[in-house]
Design a protein around this ligand. Structure first.
Ligand code: DON
Length: 304
């Protein structure tokens, strides 16, 4: 039996005083308020145990991690039709890169880069009656936690400065790959990214991806085939132009966000969340990636 608490404590001790902690994202001004020394880990096993260390209970902006939750909801509405509008190939490019979209006639490479996530947001805006409210309720439901909310300051901050995403949405519209108004879709997308959670809440939200589509409360939200596909997309596209490196170092499907969170999971086994706001040059949490590498190495648990 592995002593998971001991493993988390060791990793936390090894990394908490590390000087090289990466840079906090500043392109969304509200994220500048974070402290570079925050560091938490939460582990949730499918057998029902939890282990945690550090700042696991502080809330942070989940940002791009929300793209997986949005995809999981969109799949329940459109299933295979989604893949006519978004591809499933790694982009090998940064999350906010636009030029590939033009080369590939308005079909984003995958649903986890910004252009692809904006198409998914468009699908949700089409299908949900009250998109922001209904999506929030979905996230609360799968997490079993009614206290989860959007951080409205973060959403407004990105709305004011999100010129790249406005360009992305307009480009998608010019290729007829956006059915709703640019402003409406981006308002939804900025709120989705501004969901605020702590490591525990995020780990609970992702439990269904490690549990063949059944959430913590035992409700079946996705089929195991849909979960297989979402996990495959996380593995190949979850870290943008660092997806290969994450698979190489950590060996798990996962997703990062510019708030410094990372969620990773081993199907049928566990979900683990790390949060450390400093990012590496590819926009992924520097300490979080190191912590997860140590975790899968020390516990000898990965998909490989
Ligand atoms: O659209 C954006 O740029 C942000 N709302 C999300 C980007 C993000 O988290 C990229 N992930 N590492």
């Amino acid at each position: 039996m592995i002593d998971f608490q001991n493993v988390l404590d060791e990793i936390h001790n090894d990394l908490k005083l590390e000087k090289e902690r990466g840079l906090i994202a500043t392109y969304i001004p509200e994220l500048k308020k974070q402290s570079n020394t925050s560091f938490g880990i939460y582990l949730n096993t499918i057998s029902g145990e939890n282990f945690y260390v550090g700042d696991w209970n502080l809330k942070f902006s989940i940002q791009s991690i929300s793209k997986v939750l949005a995809l999981s909801k969109a799949i329940t509405f459109e299933n295979k039709n989604i893949w006519k509008r978004v591809d499933v190939e790694p982009s090998g490019n940064p999350f906010n890169q636009l030029s590939l979209l033009e080369l590939e006639n308005g079909i984003p490479r995958n649903p986890l880069i910004n252009t692809g996530a904006i198409v998914i947001a468009d699908i949700l805006v089409t299908h949900l009656k009250n998109p922001k409210e209904d999506f929030l309720n979905y996230v609360r439901h799968i997490s079993g936690d009614q206290s989860i909310n959007y951080n409205l300051e973060v959403a407004a901050s990105e709305q004011k400065t999100g010129f790249n995403n406005y360009a992305a949405a307009n480009l998608l519209k010019s290729y007829n790959n956006l059915n709703n108004d640019v402003d409406i879709v981006l308002d939804f997308y900025f709120h989705q990214c501004a969901l605020e959670m702590n490591c525990k809440q995020l780990s609970n939200a992702f439990y269904l991806f490690a549990n063949k589509g059944k959430c913590l409360n035992n409700n079946q939200h996705l089929t195991s085939s849909q979960v297989k596909r979402i996990n495959a997309i996380m593995l190949t596209c979850g870290f943008y132009d660092e997806a290969g490196e994450f698979a190489f170092e950590v060996g798990l499907p996962g997703k990062s966000g510019v708030g410094g969170g990372i969620v990773a999971l081993l199907p049928n086994d566990f979900v683990i969340v790390t949060w450390s706001p400093g990012l590496n040059p590819k926009g992924n949490s520097l300490i979080g990636m190191q912590a997860l590498e140590k975790f899968t190495t020390k516990t000898n648990r990965s998909i490989f």
